[in-house]
Write a protein that binds this ligand. Structure first.
Ligand code: AMP
Length: 218
């Protein structure tokens, strides 16, 4: 059983790594960012509440986020294990997650942190764009759709830049997340769960390093 947390600042490559991990290990991918974007698109209560924080690059309150995660982890498709992508982002959330994994009897087996220099993050985020329909992520420099203007995943032709990937928001977003990142790593280091991986490498090499950790857990 693999129950994994992927840590890393926005743009570190968590989404790309998650896709590869899902393909190989058949885990359920839980991205709080994706869940919030879906909730905003559907204008649910959580979505409307989250929007004011997200559009400025701030974090949604810990309790709101943790509740969303607990509901998702309670669903039956999680039996094969999960990847948490973008949660926890604060030590308060990490502590709330301890309660959740205990209540649901789904202990964490590994925490992987993808580490990337700040300038690389800024370059990646400003080049990032998304499919309007399915949320697949692309990058003007390193990951264009295989067929021009057509989403690889769903075939849609409409793309957009995330509001929070715009330069004026990115700076605040990185600051907010950087402040929280090292205490979070310390938290899992102390528990003996943390592996740090160099996210500046090619996606293929990053995934090889991740596989080396996960293969031991199967
Ligand atoms: P992401 O797609 O992971 O970069 O998340 C986009 C935005 O959603 C973040 O900038 C936050 O505003 C919000 N968000 C996602 N995950 C969390 C979390 N664990 N705690 C608080 N806010 C979050």
């Amino acid at each position: 059983m693999i129950n994994l947390i992927l840590l890393g600042l926005p743009g570190a490559g968590k989404g790309t790594a998650s896709e590869q991990i899902v393909d190989k290990y058949h885990l359920t991918h839980i991205s709080t960012g994706d869940m919030f974007r879906e909730a905003m698109a559907n204008k649910t209560k959580v979505g409307l509440e989250a929007k004011s924080y997200i559009d400025k690059g701030n974090l949604v309150p810990d309790e709101v986020t943790a509740k969303l995660v607990e509901e998702r982890l309670s669903q039956p498709d999680i039996k094969e294990g999960f990847i948490l992508d973008g949660f926890p982002r604060t030590t308060v959330q990490a502590e709330l997650l301890e309660g959740i994994t205990q209540r649901l009897n789904k202990p964490l087996t590994s925490v992987i942190s993808l580490e990337v220099k700040e300038q690389t993050l800024i370059d990646r985020l400003s080049a990032r764009f998304m499919c309007k329909k399915c949320g697949a992520t692309y990058n003007k420099i390193s990951k264009m759709p295989k067929v021009a203007n057509t989403c690889d995943r769903c075939g849609s032709h409409e793309f957009y830049q995330r509001e929070d990937d715009k330069p004026e928001v990115v700076k605040n977003r990185l600051e907010v997340n950087e402040k929280m990142n090292s205490p979070l790593k310390d938290f899992y280091e102390k528990k003996g769960l943390l592996t740090v991986i160099n996210g500046e490498q090619t996606p293929k090499k990053v995934f090889e390093d991740i596989s080396a950790v996960l293969d031991k857990q199967q």
